[in-house]
Structure formats: structure tokens, C-alpha cells
Design a protein around this ligand. Structure first.
Ligand code: TRP
Length: 329
């Protein structure tokens, strides 16, 4: 069975952008792939190192979001990054031959550095793509389902795997990214990306009232003042959500919007109902994982499996790098 590795930073609850970018794919693929889901707490600390006290709750919350979305702990192993020591070990080895300029040119690093106002980047932040390569390669994953913004990191991972194999011997597959058909979801404010830090997100755990309120507040085509003004769906956030969550009705909505036959309020109500159809079962499933201890047991079991896989990989790495000093024979 081929292996998947993907996951999230525990910096807050997961939203619809995560859902369409990666979560939906993970759930679909868990039957066909051996699936590892990482809760990347060390990576969260590369931007939030001053507030480690937030991790405990956020790690559980992100794990629960994954489970509520339909990840089955019998099929997928959900684990905590910092509890898998092999990831830290590999990060050091991979750093030996990954140059600083390769990291400096990474477009996602550049965007995030700007977003967080990092002018003088820490070693850990600049190097997190190396650590992310270790997240992916410690279990020798073949496929990485991610949103578009993660493609530069998968590129770095492919370089790191390929170069390791050339330098020391074949250990790692060169993993492929799997980008979903909706790889980037706009924010409610019409911004390019839904994101917690921009405050323009609908969360998986939002209740129906909040969802309705957020959808009603979303930016549409500013040229539509009256409801029979002709609309421009190509610039409308709500229309982009219909494409992501209600593809069946898209041609009809597009036509009636352009003709001014459907108003924004009606269109938003329709979307709210579609979102509710997706989010209600997620909300329902969440309950069983919120019971005390449940998610901790799932994370512990997932982490144990991850550590076993990491130990196997490290044996191969040590042999390839000739650092298996005390091996018999
Ligand atoms: N960088 C990813 C994000 O911000 C989270 C992540 C960490 C990840 N390690 C990973 C994603 C490994 C895929 C594979 O969402």
C-alpha cells in the first residue's frame, strides 16, 4: 500500500480553506493509502515560539477537526510532530546539504515572512521547509495532499529526497504533491486566501447561526446595488464558494446572476444551506471525539505507529550514511 503524509499546524481551529485544500482529499484517500496525519506543533512554534502554552489545546483541536471531518483512526494514524524524535534527527541530516539560498527563495517562506513581519528570520523559521521534508520523509511517504501554498515545500522535499539518494544511497521515494481542484479558497472579505490570522474564515466547528451570519457578511460583486442588476460571478466570493461546495448548481447560478434574475441574498441563503449539509455531519461526528481522553488515546496510538515507522527509516538512513557504528558484523 502506498503511503500518504499530510497535516496541519496547530495554530487554531481548521476552516473551510483547509477543508477544500486538503482535508476533503485525505478523507477520500484514506481507504486507498496508508495514511499518516501530522499535527505539526514544532512548525507552529516557528512562528509562535513565544506562546507554547497555546499548543495543548490547539493540538487536540486540530486532531478533533481531522477526525470530525471523517478521518478514521482505524485507517489513518494521527500523530504529534514533536513526539517523533526521528523527525528532528532527519531535519539535522537534511540540513547538511540544503543551502540557505534555496530556502530564501522559497515563495511561501517569503510571503509568510512578510505576513508575520519577520525581517531578521530565525534559523528555525527559514529552515522549516527542511523540517517539513523530514515530516514527509520519516515514514517514506509517496503522496502529499496539500493546498497550493504548500507546493514549494513539496518541491524542497523532492530535492532533499533525490539528493539524499544520490549522496548516500536509495532510501527515500520522491513524493508527489496532490493539489485539490479547489486549492485556494477566498476569504469572506474577498481576500485571496481564507485564513485565521486574516479573520476571514468559516470554521468547521462554527454553528449554523455563525455560518449564516458570516455568509451574509461576505463580499459579493460591488456593482450589484439592486437585486436585478446584472452580476459578475467571476469576481464574486460567494460564487467561488458555490464552485467549491455546490458544483452541481454552478451553471444555473452563473446564468441567473448574470441576468440579474437572482439576488445576492437568495444566492447566499442557498450557499448557507449547502454548507450546512457539509458541516452538520462534521459537527455531529465531533461530539464523540470531544469526550475526555478520546483524542489523547488516538494521538498516542498514532504517535506510537509513527515512531515505529521512523525507527525503520532511521535504520536505513544510518546504514546509508555509514553512521551505524555499532552494528554487528
Ligand atoms: N505547512 C503545512 C501548513 O501550514 C503544515 C504541515 C507541516 C504539513 N508538515 C507537513 C503539510 C507535512 C503537509 C506535509 O498547512
Amino acid at each position: 500500500m502506498k503511503r500518504i503524509l499530510t497535516g496541519d499546524r496547530p495554530t487554531g481551529p481548521l476552516h473551510l480553506g483547509h477543508y477544500v485544500g486538503s482535508l476533503r482529499n485525505r478523507v477520500k484517500l484514506q481507504d486507498k493509502y496508508d495514511t499518516f496525519i501530522i499535527v505539526a506543533d514544532v512548525q507552529a512554534l516557528t512562528t509562535h515560539w513565544e506562546t507554547p502554552e497555546l499548543l495543548k489545546q490547539n493540538v487536540r483541536e486540530v486532531a478533533i477537526d481531522n477526525l470530525a471531518a471523517g478521518l478514521d483512526p482505524e485507517k489513518a494514524s494521527i500523530f504529534v510532530q514533536s513526539m517523533v524524535p526521528q523527525i528532528a534527527e532527519l531535519t539535522v541530516f537534511f540540513g547538511l546539504y540544503t543551502t540557505v539560498s534555496r530556502l530564501r527563495h522559497n515563495p511561501t517562506i517569503k510571503t509568510e515572512a512578510k505576513q508575520y513581519g519577520f525581517t531578521d528570520m530565525t534559523y528555525g523559521f527559514l529552515g522549516y521547509p527542511v523540517s517539513q521534508a523530514a515530516d514527509i520523509l520519516f515514514c517514506r511517504a509517496d503522496l502529499v495532499p496539500v493546498g497550493e501554498d504548500q507546493l514549494p515545500h513539496v518541491e524542497v522535499t523532492r530535492f532533499i529526497a533525490r539528493r539524499f539518494n544520490e549522496l548516500y544511497g536509495q532510501v527515500f521515494p520522491e513524493p508527489d504533491a496532490l493539489v485539490s481542484d479547489v486549492s485556494r479558497l477566498a476569504g469572506l472579505d474577498g481576500g485571496a486566501k481564507m485564513s485565521k490570522s486574516l479573520g476571514n474564515a468559516i470554521y468547521l466547528k462554527d454553528d449554523p447561526f455563525e455560518i449564516g451570519k458570516k455568509v451574509m457578511s461576505a463580499v459579493t460583486d460591488p456593482a450589484r446595488i439592486r437585486k436585478d442588476d446584472p452580476g459578475h460571478p467571476e469576481i464574486c466570493t460567494i460564487f467561488s464558494y458555490h464552485k467549491a461546495f455546490n458544483p452541481g448548481e454552478v451553471p444555473e447560478i452563473e446564468e441567473s446572476c448574470r441576468k440579474g434574475a437572482i439576488g445576492c441574498v437568495a444566492c447566499k441563503k442557498n450557499l448557507t444551506a449547502c454548507l450546512e449539509e457539509i458541516l452538520a455531519p462534521i459537527r455531529e461526528r465531533r461530539k464523540q471525539f470531544e469526550a475526555p481522553g478520546v483524542v489523547d488515546d488516538i494521538l498516542r496510538a498514532g504517535t506510537e505507529r509513527a515512531v515505529r515507522s521512523g525507527a525503520e527509516t532511521m535504520q536505513m538512513v544510518r546504514e546509508a550514511m555509514q553512521t551505524d557504528y555499532w552494528k554487528e558484523g
